[in-house]
Design a protein. Structure first.
Length: 517
C-alpha cells in the first residue's frame, strides 16, 4: 500500500499501483491515473461497467464499486489453493471449512476438455465485503472468494466428466474450476445479481477459461431459479454446491427481498441441507457424485449423524466429515457479524434473541459444519457407503482427490470380500511410531500415521503391526495371517477373521493398498 501511495505522490505513472489502490486496498484514485492504467477502457469505461463510481466525499476521485481481485487458478497445484486461502483469510466474510488431496483420474469421456494448464491467472469480481463498505450488507449481496468457496474447490473431485452442475454459483468460482474438467457446465442461482457477476467474470476471463465470448453457452449455461428447480428432470455426472445453508430464524412478516440471498435459502432450520440430501440423487446420473458444504442442527443428546442418516435415500452413498461445531449462541454471533448486522445495536439485539429462541424451539444444542461427498450408486442393490465422522485436525489440501481414491478402495473391498488371496502394500505416506517406557523390552504403544489425505492415526495391536510389516506385495494376505497365527499360537478361525476385519479397515482408511502388479 505504501509503495502504491508513493508512486501516486511521485507523479510517476505506475498502472499497476492504480489498480491495486482501487480494488485491493480500497482507496480512491484520480480519473487521470485510471485512464493511464486502463488505456482502452479508461475511467469512463470503468464507471459505465459498474466497476468504479465517484467518491461522494471527493467527487473528483473514483472509488471501487465492486471487489475485483486476482485468483490463481491452478487445479493441479495445491500451493495455488493455499495462496488463495491465505488471501481469503484476510477477508471478514470468509467462513470456516477445510479440504485436501492425491489424484487418481480415469480416462476422459468423449467431449471432455483436457485439464486446465497450471498457473492460469483470473480476475474475479463480486460485491464489496463488510470490511470494504459501511453499514449492513445489502440483501442481494454477492460474495467473493472466501474460505468456504476455496474449501469447496479443494473438496471437489477433478475427474473428467461430461456434464457438471454448480448449484448456487454466486460469483462463479466453482464454475471456473468445473470448466477445466467438464465438457459442459450448468450454473444456477436464485439471485439475478449473482448470475450477472458470474456472466461478467466468465467474459472477463474467457481466454483463460477457453470460452468463446461470442458463444459462451457452448460450454456453460446460466439459469435463474431456486435449488434444483432450474434443472429438474436433467442428469449430471457431478454436482458441486455451497448452498445458502445458514440457519436463520423465520418470521411471518419476512419477505424474499428481506433475506440475505447469498446465505439464506428461506427454509426453517437446516431444511436446505436436508432437502439436498433427499433430492440430489434426482439430478445425478447413475454413478454421478456430488460434493457440497453444509451445516446441520444437533438436537438434544443425539449424535450429529443420526438425523443426516435419516435423510438419505437408499440409492445414495454418503461420506460426511464434520469439521467444527458451534453452540447456538456462537452460531448466532458469527452470522450476525458476517452481514455486519452488529453495526446496528438494536437490530443486533433483536436478531440475536430470535436466533436463540429459534434454536430452543427445536431443542438444538449445537450446529455442525462440514464436508459432504455423495454418490448415486450405479447398482442400487450394492452395499451402501455410509461414513459419518468428526475430524477437526488439518487435512491435506486439496482433499477431493483423496476422498475419490478412498471411495475407490471402498468399491475394491466390496468386490473382494475375501482378502486371503490379495496382495497388499503399505501406502507411501504411512509411517510407524513406537513408544515405550525407559528400559522396557517392547513398545507399549504402536501408532500408524498417515501423512497425506485425512492424516489419520491408527492404534495398532501386535498382530496388526506384524501384518503391516509384512505387506510388501509379495505374500497374499491369507498367508501372512496364517503365519502370524502360528507365531502367536492363535491359529483359530476367530483370530483370522478378526485380523482380516482390521486389515479391511486399514484398506478403507488408505493405510494399505492393493499391490500394483
Amino acid at each position: 500500500m505504501l509503495i502504491c501511495r508513493a508512486a501516486a505522490e511521485s507523479g510517476v505513472s505506475v498502472p499497476l499501483a492504480a489498480a491495486v489502490q482501487l480494488w485491493l486496498t480500497g482507496e480512491s484514485v484520480s480519473p487521470g491515473r485510471l485512464d493511464a492504467a486502463f488505456p482502452r477502457t479508461g475511467a469512463a469505461g470503468l464507471l459505465q461497467l459498474g466497476l468504479a463510481e465517484q467518491d461522494p466525499e471527493s467527487p473528483d476521485l473514483f472509488r471501487a464499486a465492486v471487489d475485483l481481485r486476482p485468483y490463481a487458478f491452478d487445479a493441479a497445484d495445491a500451493n495455488a489453493a493455499d495462496a488463495n486461502a491465505a488471501a481469503a483469510d484476510a477477508d471478514e466474510n470468509a467462513d470456516a471449512a477445510d479440504a485436501d488431496a492425491s489424484a487418481r483420474d480415469g480416462d476422459a469421456p468423449a467431449g471432455s476438455p483436457p485439464a486446465a494448464s497450471a498457473g492460469v491467472q483470473l480476475w474475479v469480481a463480486s460485491d464489496l465485503g463488510a470490511h470494504q463498505r459501511p453499514g449492513v450488507l445489502p440483501h442481494d449481496h454477492v460474495l467473493g472468494i472466501g474460505q468456504a468457496s476455496l474449501s469447496l474447490a479443494q473438496l471437489t473431485s477433478r475427474r473428467p466428466v461430461e456434464r457438471a452442475l454448480d448449484l448456487g454459483t454466486g460469483c462463479g468460482i466453482q464454475a471456473f474450476h468445473l470448466l477445466s474438467h467438464a465438457g459442459h457446465v450448468t450454473a444456477t442461482d436464485i439471485s439475478e445479481r449473482a448470475l450477472g457477476f458470474t456472466r461478467f467474470n466468465l467474459l472477463l476471463n474467457a481466454p483463460a477459461l477457453d470460452l468463446d465470448p461470442a458463444r459462451p453457452e457452448q460450454r456453460i449455461d446460466l439459469r435463474l431459479g431456486s435449488m434444483l428447480e432450474p434443472v429438474a428432470g436433467e442428469r449430471f455426472d457431478l454436482v458441486v454446491s455451497n448452498p445458502p445453508f445458514v440457519i436463520t430464524p423465520r418470521s411471518a412478516a419476512e419477505t424474499a427481498e428481506g433475506r440475505f440471498t447469498y446465505r439464506d435459502g428461506g427454509m426453517a432450520g437446516d431444511g436446505i441441507v436436508e432437502g439436498l440430501f433427499r433430492d440430489l440423487g434426482s439430478v445425478l446420473a447413475p454413478g454421478g457424485t456430488a460434493q457440497m458444504l453444509g451445516n446441520w442442527e444437533i438436537q438434544g443428546t443425539d449424535g450429529f449423524s443420526d438425523r443426516l442418516r435419516s435423510w438419505l435415500p437408499e440409492t445414495m452413498d454418503a461420506w460426511v466429515i464434520q469439521r467444527e461445531t458451534l453452540s447456538p449462541a456462537e452460531y448466532a454471533e458469527m452470522w450476525l457479524r458476517d452481514a455486519a448486522e452488529n453495526r446496528d445495536k438494536h437490530e443486533y439485539a433483536a436478531s440475536y434473541a430470535a436466533y436463540l429462541a429459534d434454536f430452543a424451539s427445536r431443542d438444538t444444542t449445537a450446529v455442525g459444519f462440514g464436508l459432504v461427498w455423495m454418490r448415486r450408486r450405479a447398482d442400487p442393490d450394492a452395499a451402501p457407503l455410509r461414513r459419518f465422522e468428526e475430524i477437526a485436525h488439518p487435512l491435506e489440501s486439496p482433499i477431493g482427490p483423496h476422498l475419490g481414491a478412498a471411495v475407490d478402495l471402498f468399491d475394491w473391498t466390496a468386490a473382494h470380500p475375501d482378502l486371503s488371496a490379495e496382495h497388499l502394500e503399505v501406502a507411501g505416506d504411512v509411517t510407524e511410531e513406537r513408544h515405550q517406557r525407559p528400559g522396557a523390552e517392547h513398545p507399549g504403544v504402536i501408532l500408524l500415521r498417515q501423512g497425506a489425505g485425512l492424516r489419520r492415526t491408527n492404534l495398532m495391536s501386535t498382530e496388526l503391526t506384524g501384518f503391516v510389516s509384512a505387506c510388501d506385495g509379495e505374500l497374499p494376505a491369507g498367508a501372512i495371517i496364517a503365519a502370524l497365527g502360528a507365531l502367536l499360537g492363535r491359529d483359530d478361525p476367530e483370530f483370522a477373521a478378526g485380523l482380516a476385519a482390521e486389515v479391511c479397515n486399514l484398506i478403507l482408511d488408505g493405510f494399505l493398498l492393493p499391490a500394483q502388479s
